[in-house]
Design a protein around this ligand. Structure first.
Ligand code: ZN
Ligand code: MN
Length: 268
């Protein structure tokens, strides 16, 4: 994989101005993920996926991730009141995304993939993309294309049935649960301690939010479902599905090469 920040500027210049170059920008958060895991899975997981996807593409680079994200919401991240969770205002994230896209465009980048790892970021990233494309258009740059994706959207029903035989509660309640914990066990086992997993029923929320939040609605662990059934094996399955699916989508949109790698034949 090519790490953008580790290149010298002349090598970067050659790569970024190549006709089929692609920059991946992982966008995460610094957010508590329960007592059993570090606070950076939302950064590390999309960064690792982007790194592996890059290996299957020509002239692809992974940019340094955005390591802070939009405020954790109670029904998808436990809430922004929890210690450790350190968030940006929406306007800060939006403008950071806008600025970084405009800078890559100034270097000549015309294909950028925003790899989101933190649900709450979604619309602020969209806004940053929209502002960047609008302003680049004013400057006469009208051939930039930006893809935005959240890696869990590439986990299809077949994989969900295989990994959640007892039923699936939805991605929002997966905060600190089987998905993220399995991926972290596969990628960064030293950042997970399964002996500290708090086994609890999935969190129950009313169909609305109140502000300020009632902290008692968040399970005391900070996780929204139990990671008890997480495993390295599940993490490997999830990684393969996400890398295969994303590589396929990116190549389809951005690189017309008809080559089909062995990786893609395993896509669920
Ligand atoms: Zn997360
Ligand atoms: Mn998150």
């Amino acid at each position: 994989m090519t790490t953008l920040a580790e290149l010298d500027w002349q090598t970067y210049n050659e790569m970024v101005t190549a006709p089929d170059s692609i920059i991946f920008l992982p966008i995460g958060a610094l957010e508590q993920h329960g007592p059993h895991m570090s606070m950076n899975p939302d950064v590390l997981i999309p960064q690792a996926i982007a790194g592996q996807v890059c290996c299957h593409l020509d002239n692809a680079m992974v940019a340094p991730p955005i390591t802070y994200g939009y405020k954790s919401q109670q029904q998808s991240g436990g809430g922004n009141h929890l210690p450790g969770t350190t968030s940006l205002d929406g306007i800060t994230l939006t403008q950071t995304i806008r600025d970084v896209i405009k800078e890559f465009a100034r270097h000549g980048a015309r294909r950028i993939v925003m790899m989101n790892g933190h649900y709450e970021n979604s619309m602020f990233v969209v806004e940053g993309i929209d502002l960047a494309i609008r302003e680049l258009g004013w400057a006469g740059v009208d051939d930039i294309n930006v893809m935005i994706l959240s890696y869990w959207d590439f986990v299809g029903d077949t994989t969900i049935e295989r990994l959640y035989p007892d039923g699936f509660t939805g991605w929002d309640l997966e905060h600190g649960g089987v998905l993220e914990t399995s991926l972290m066990l596969h990628l960064y086992p030293h950042l997970v301690d399964m002996s500290k997993v708090v086994d609890h029923e999935p969190a129950m929320f009313p169909p609305y939010d109140m502000f300020p939040v009632n902290p008692e609605l968040t399970p005391p662990s900070g996780t929204l479902s139990s990671a008890r059934n997480a495993s390295r094996e599940k993490g490997k399955i999830l990684m393969d599905v996400c890398v295969g699916g994303i590589a396929h989508a990116v190549r389809e949109k951005f690189q017309s090469s008809p080559a089909v790698s062995a990786l893609e034949t395993g896509v669920a």
